[in-house]
Design a protein around this ligand. Structure first.
Ligand code: ADP
Ligand code: MG
Length: 274
């Protein structure tokens, strides 16, 4: 029975790093697919106006599609925006349209502007769909969209690219997380760090990996995502790498990461604020 694995408590995880191109979206959709393959229901919330997560999950995100934009503005309920991914019965997505690009500014003058996603997620439709995991894909900034994601979640997953300057900006992200934790969401913590785009042929990749493990300790998943052409090709076909090439190293590593995520406790506040 695929539903054996149901979690006892829903986990809400924000995938954040204000640096662009570190693998946030790739990690969000591929981990979602890995969790769905384990029998868990996953809702991906696309908070990046580029809508790349929506594309990879194969859901409609043309202009006018009910999306995270209308949701944050309070114009619709989340059940009106949730689409099921054609890739899996257990994967759902609230898509992002290009309208979301304006939300960062429109939200500024609104009441309870930081808590709007949290409020929207507090809806019985998540129980009806038996959602186990909510994964929120953030834009490459620390503005109000990312703050909404940090207020709505208990867990943060930080993807870190095994490249030069990998840790640049991570300090600022951790300070922001600490601020949100202190003022808006006491439950927030960095539960997970994932090393991405690892190239085992370079010394640099190992140096970065060591540095990240020293800094974040047990929060770092043992699974490391290799740099792989298959991973980068998959979104071009509206697919995750698990669908595009299930036997590839990229797919296997995301499956490993997904398994680790499920067996680990969500509650260990390791690595944050150091
Ligand atoms: P972000 O969401 O942080 O901006 P993306 O997930 O969009 O980053 O990844 C940035 C680019 O790198 C994309 O073109 C993506 O396809 C590619 N990419 C991500 N992970 C890998 C990987 N493991 N191997 C090769 N390319 C990758
Ligand atoms: Mg992205």
């Amino acid at each position: 029975d695929v539903r054996m694995q149901k979690l006892t408590k829903r986990r809400v995880m924000t995938i954040a790093n204000q640096k662009g191109g570190v693998g946030k979206t790739t990690t969000t959709v591929n981990l979602a697919a890995a969790l769905a393959l384990q029998g868990l229901s996953v809702l991906v919330v696309d908070l990046d106006p580029q809508g790349n997560a929506s594309t990879a999950l194969g859901v409609d995100h043309r202009a006018e599609t009910p999306s995270t934009y209308e949701l944050l503005l309070g114009e619709i309920k989340i059940r009106d925006a949730i689409q099921r991914s054609p890739h899996s019965n257990l994967m759902y997505c609230v898509p992002a349209t290009i309208d979301l690009a304006g939300a960062e500014i429109e939200l500024v003058s609104m009441v309870a502007r930081e808590g709007r996603l949290k409020t929207a997620l507090n809806d019985s439709v998540l129980d009806e769909l038996q959602i186990d995991f909510v994964m929120i894909d953030c834009p490459p900034s620390l503005g109000l969209l990312t703050v909404n994601a940090l207020v709505a979640a208990e867990e943060v997953l930080i993807p870190i690219q095994c490249e030069y300057y990998a840790l640049e900006g991570v300090g600022q992200l951790l300070r922001n997380i600490a601020l949100v934790q202190a003022h808006l969401n006491p439950a927030l913590h960095v539960s997970t760090v994932l090393l991405t785009m690892y190239d085992g042929r370079t010394k640099l990749a190992d140096q970065v990996a060591d540095e990240v493990r020293t800094h974040f300790g047990d929060a770092v998943l043992k699974a490391v995502i290799p740099r792989s052409v298959k991973v980068s090709e998959a979104p071009g076909y509206g697919m995750t790498v698990l669908d595009y090439d299930p036997g590839s190293r990229g797919a296997m590593s995301y499956l490993d990461a997904g398994r680790e995520l499920v067996v680990r406790s969500p509650g260990d506040p390791v690595g944050s604020g150091r």
